[in-house]
Every structure is written in C-alpha cells, then in structure tokens.
Design a protein around this ligand. Structure first.
Ligand SMILES: [Cu+2]
Length: 353
C-alpha cells in the first residue's frame, strides 16, 4: 500500500463516491426535465417490460449505499475461532425465506417496497448470504472448513414459477434415477423445495461439491439419488478443503432443474480464502488493498412486480417468452403446459440491478 492510500479517511472515500453518484443522478434528472419541457412523459424513455412490472426508469438511482460484502460486520462468524479441529461445524447455516428492502420504492407514493427472498444465514438470513472468510492451510488454517447447510425452507411453494416438466429433482425416474427411486411421487406442495449448495471454485469431495443430484428437501426428508452412493449416507454437514491458495470463491444453490430459480430467489454469497500472501490485512506481502479499500460487490440483475415481488418470466406475454418459445416455433403440449406455462426460458436479462 502506498502512503497516499493510507492517508485517506474511509469516510472521505464514501463522500467521493457519493459525489460521483450525485453527478450521475443529476444527469438522469436533467433528461427527465428535458422530457417534461418537450411534453414527453418519462414513459417515453422506458416502460415496464410487461404490465404489472416495476419500471426501472421510475426508481431513484444512486440513493442506497451498496453494501460491501467484505465489511467485517457482514462476515460469518467462525464458531471454531482458533482453527482447531472442526468437530462442530465452523459455520452452522440455514436456508430460509425472509423479507428484505432492496431499495425499491412505489413510484406513486415514494414508499419503500418489501421483497420476499430466500437467503443463507446463521440466525437471520439474507440475500446475498453473508461472506465466509477462511484461512488456507498454507497460512496455518485448519485442514477443512465445516459448514452445516440446514434446509429450512418451510413454505410448500416456490417463490417463482417452476417448470415441473423439466429434468429436475422431483421428475427423476426410470433410467434417469440413479438409485431407482421414482421421484415423481414427491412435489414441492407435499415435500417442500429441495436445495443443494455448491462452493464455486472449491476443491471439494464429490459428496460436498453441490452436484445437482445431491439435493435434499427441508429437514432432509427427500434426498437426491446420489446420496445412496455416499459412505455413511446423507448429511447436510459439508467439509471444504482448505489446502487451496487464496481466492474469491462464491457459494450458491445448485439443485437439479431449479438452480436458476433458487439463485434468483437469493441463494448466493461470497467465500474468500486467505493465505500468507493475500492475507486480507493491511501490509500484506502483495501490497493489495485491505478493508476499507478492498471491496466485494456482486452485480445481479432482477425483475420485480410493481408491488416489489421478484418476477421471473415463465408464461405467455411475459418478457422473453416470445423470443424463446413462440419465436422459436416451440410447441408446448397444452396438457403439460396449461395456459402455455410455466416454462423455462433459454435466457433472461433483468432490468433492475
Ligand atoms: Cu457456480
């Protein structure tokens, strides 16, 4: 770190950012004024992608401070602080539904909207999940980080429309079911939403790697077929190898056929490995910035209804449906897709960030 950086007060950093932000939002404001002058409604510049959806042009921008995922207050607390052999999990986490304010407002009255999301957390859950920070064995860390992932999604309904005609958790049967179980006997309505967490970039044993066929329903009642081939059977306590160099990893859901929906609902977060070079601390041998100058942001795109609920296209009339279904000449058998959905679309681009 150069002297120059050391001298800057973190609060001033934030101010600089703010000023830049204000400048940017002033530009947006100017175009709105121009529009008013020439009698163009703001609608002339953007419209919601479909009726009933939130119009991003009517949302205030650069108002909320984007949280830094490396803020010490946002790190998960390691339950075995001294890196000692992890008999208990280092991190005991749950996957649950919660309600969050994302910064969205109701343009009609300026009131904040609330959004139902799914998140990871120790006591309370959040989207994105809090950040892991673990030490590589090369820097004296334990051999493994042990994480318990408790599926506590209690609703018997997904937040988003699920295409159950896909190759997914509860459609495995016949040759596609490795353990011979017919998973069509299960449903979200009866058994809840299955999950399985993948540590992206991790060096993990197969049973802890978040393979989609290792899914499990709330409380592990329904287990994916691959658990039958694991010595000792199913567990929701996973072990991650710490004999890896420093890096920016992330964790996210990976359940068969509903990964896009579970992640969209909020199931993702950061996982940093530190080592003797990238220590994450000031004065590290690589001269990398440390908190508050080292920042971690996940940029994600979403769509919302005008009530603030997450929206994901799946039915005729929804954004991208024409591009990937009608326009491609796809024919969805009406007995399987009453009303033309819900179906999975090949691509999606949200209009809110
Ligand atoms: Cu991944």
């Amino acid at each position: 770190m150069s002297k120059k950086w050391k001298g800057i007060d973190p609060r001033r950093m934030r101010m600089i950012d703010r000023r830049t932000f204000l400048k940017l939002s002033a530009t947006t404001g100017a175009s709105a004024l121009l529009a008013a002058k020439y009698g163009l409604g703001r609608r002339a510049f953007a419209v919601p992608a479909a009726p009933g959806l939130s119009d991003p042009a009517l949302q205030p921008k650069f108002v909320e401070l984007a949280p830094n995922a490396l803020d010490p207050g946002f790190l998960f607390k390691d339950l075995n602080v001294n890196g000692g052999p992890a008999q208990k999990p280092n991190f005991s986490l749950r996957i649950r539904e919660t309600v969050q304010q994302t910064g969205l407002i109701d343009p009609k009255n300026g009131r904040r909207l609330k959004t139902k999301v799914w998140g990871y957390g120790a006591d309370t859950v959040s989207w994105p999940g809090q950040t892991f920070q673990v030490m590589s064995t090369s820097a004296g860390g334990a051999d493994e980080t042990v994480v318990r992932w408790a599926n506590e999604l209690q609703g018997k309904k997904h937040l988003l429309p699920v295409d159950t005609n896909l190759h997914w958790c509860y459609s495995l049967h016949g040759a596609s079911s490795a353990n011979g179980v017919d998973y069509r006997q299960f449903s979200i309505k009866k058994n809840g939403v299955p999950i399985i967490t993948h540590l992206h970039g991790g060096n993990s044993d197969f049973q802890f790697d978040g393979n989609p066929e290792f899914f499990y329903s709330p409380d592990g009642e329904v287990k994916g077929p691959q658990w039958d081939f694991v010595e000792g059977g199913f567990t929701n306590t996973f072990r991650y190898n710490n004999a890896v160099p420093a890096g920016n990893l992330w964790y996210h859901d990976h359940a068969l056929g509903i990964t896009r929906l579970n992640v969209y609902a909020g199931l993702a977060g950061f996982y940093f490995v530190r080592d003797e070079f990238d220590t994450g601390l000031p004065g590290n041998p690589l001269g990398l910035p440390a908190f508050p100058y080292e920042l971690a942001y996940a940029i994600q795109d979403r769509m919302f209804t005008d009530k603030g609920e997450l929206f994901y296209p799946a039915f005729p009339g929804d954004p991208f449906y024409d591009d990937f279904i009608t326009g491609e000449g796809a024919i969805l058998p009406p007995d399987l897709f009453p009303g033309g959905g819900p179906t999975a679309l090949a691509e999606f681009f949200g209009d809110h960030m």
